[in-house]
Write a protein that binds this ligand. Sequence first.
Ligand code: IMP
Length: 184
Amino acid sequence: MRKIIFVTGNSHKVSEACDILSKAGITVEQNNCGYPELQDDSLEKIAGFGAQWAANELNSEVMVDDSGLFIDALGGFPGPYSAYVFDTLGNENILKLMEGVANRKAVFKCVIGYCKPGNEPRVFSGEVEGVIAQKIRGTGGFGYDPLIEVGGKTFGEMPDDEKNSLSHRYRALLNFAGWLQKSD
Ligand code: IMP
């Protein structure tokens, strides 16, 4: 089994990655060392920078995950600022911003950054299209899970294995695993 260090403080992301990557013969080990978060509009740049920094810091190959919720009617907000907006506004206040808004389309995007020490980073992305629910539903998952509805259910209403079979993170990790299996 190939083992990759996942640099993140988010244990939910780790358990999802363990589930998804184990099926590709890859084990994941969490490291909580953190990395500087680039202020940028591009999740790819943020994830690439973080992976490169952490790979050099730990002297090991690493992966990181930068995700964002892009709400169509809000011009893509909160996008790369999703963590800050979740912490400051939260799901209830996002719902208030969406009151009376007919276009509820949203895209959840996940970018996996991967890097070996001394190398350039690589990034792998995955997206899922959904809608912002009319109200918060479901108690599963974390973060925006009870807010985003995909195929009639919010991520918060899905069992873990259902979310992990269609989520933005699943799609990004599938791209990553496919590439990793072909690389040395
Ligand atoms: P970051 O990738 O940790 O910066 O995530 C941005 C924000 O989106 C944070 O508030 C996360 O909790 C949230 N988030 C990331 N991935 C998911 C997910 O799969 N479901 C729900 N919320 C998520």
